[in-house]
Design a protein around this ligand. Structure first.
Ligand SMILES: [Zn+2]
Ligand SMILES: [Zn+2]
Length: 386
């Protein structure tokens, strides 16, 4: 390299480019000139170094600001701000330059399965939390509203007793993986870069099993059915999930167990409908009760209660019993019970009933039927133009 090229030119971007544009440009160019992809091109290595240097400066806000101001002549850095000549003197351009992440991505995209620098390679011997397990419980309407204690039965994996979870036949031990010598990773030195990947033989655990445990087929885990008594809180519903920590599958390498997540199916109730914490019901009453007013027994979640409807109650009037609904799972507040009066009229009259109603009708006036009166008035107005 005779004269240094401008960093923006190297990346092929404008001076005001955003961080994102810089990142994208670097990735694109890195693919174009990565030396591993051009082993016969001696220029590739030089271009790649140049590219890395440009990226290192432009992707760091401080260094970029200084570069924008001073170019290659930053006084703060004694003439050469960017690494005293050749930052790649060690032969490994990535050493200590903080590129591993980005480059790992790039290599991952380029080489597929081979990708991933050391920092990215999955280490499966780290502690991991166990998986959650699901269970479903059927509840009656009252059980969901009032809470209950239920036995839930579910499947989960647990450590195999026969091999204590090692997966090796009892009496034998897993042996150090011959492929990775126990490291769980394989390093491939291509002369230029070191590529690290998870060991395909042992899956990263560093151990392999020669004689598999027959109880668990070498998996170290067996499926078991577990039953558990669970307190279901009052107010649960189908859109809520109950999580019980520690009852899921065991963690690995000392990680915590997962959770048991219980979902619910709640039966319909013959009388109540539930919307959130309120209960709704229809209350059929005799037309005489609606007319004269009455004390009526209704059901609530807490048993039978007497309510009164006043004289002259109209059909479909809603009444509310405060606090007779369902307790709110989060706030503990109780909802209401709303009952709607449904007025029932006899479908067939005896002679005596008809006689009495005719007598009743004879002494009734327009004032007794306000809604009807106003309807008739409107009708009259339509035809008289008033
Ligand atoms: Zn086993
Ligand atoms: Zn291995």
């Amino acid at each position: 390299m005779a004269t240094k090229r401008d960093y923006y030119e190297v990346l092929g971007i404008q001076k005001g480019a955003s961080d994102d544009e810089i990142k994208r440009a670097f990735r694109r160019k890195a693919k174009e000139c990565h030396p591993d992809l051009h082993p016969d091109d001696p220029e590739a290595e030089a271009r790649f170094k140049e590219l890395n240097e440009a990226n290192e400066v432009l992707s760091d806000p401080d260094k970029r600001a200084r570069y924008d101001q001073f170019g290659f002549n930053d006084p703060m850095a004694g003439g050469n701000p960017f690494g005293g000549g050749n930052p790649f003197a060690g032969g490994n351009p990535f050493g200590g330059m903080g590129f591993e992440g980005d480059l790992g991505d790039i290599l991952g995209q380029m080489f597929g399965g081979m990708g991933g620098m050391g920092a990215r390679a999955r280490r499966s011997n780290a502690p991991r939390r166990g998986a959650d397990v699901m269970a479903e419980l059927r509840l009656t309407f009252e059980e969901a509203c009032l809470g209950c204690r239920k036995t839930v039965s579910f499947q989960r994996r647990k450590k195999c007793d026969a091999c204590s979870g090692s997966g090796a036949k009892p009496g034998t031990q897993p042996v150090t993986c011959p492929t990775c010598k126990g490291a769980g990773q394989i390093r491939q030195n291509t002369g230029w870069t070191t590529i690290v990947q998870g060991c395909p033989t042992c899956g990263g655990s560093g151990k392999t099993i020669q004689d598999k445990c027959t109880s668990c087929a070498g998996r170290g885990m067996v499926l078991t059915r577990k039953t558990l008594d669970v307190d279901i809180p009052a107010g649960i519903d189908e859109d809520r999930e109950l999580k019980i920590g520690g009852e899921g599958e065991p963690g690995t390498n000392g990680g915590p167990s997962g959770s048991l997540c219980i979902r619910f199916r709640v039966q319909n109730h013959p009388i109540f409908t539930r919307r959130r914490n309120n209960l709704y019901m229809e209350l059929p009453v005799k037309f005489t009760q609606a007319a004269m007013g009455a004390e009526i027994d209704i059901v609530t979640l807490n048993g039978v209660k007497k309510v009164s409807i006043p004289e002259g109650t109209q059909p479909n009037t809603d009444f509310t019993l405060r606090g007779e609904g369902v307790v709110d799972l989060d706030t503990g507040r109780k909802g209401d019970l709303v009952y709607r009066v449904v007025v029932e009229i006899p479908r067939k009259l005896s002679d005596k009933q008809r006689d009495l109603l005719q007598q009743f009708d004879a002494i009734s006036t327009d004032k007794d039927y306000r809604t009807r009166k106003s309807f008739l008035d409107k009708l009259k107005a339509m035809f008289t133009g008033g």
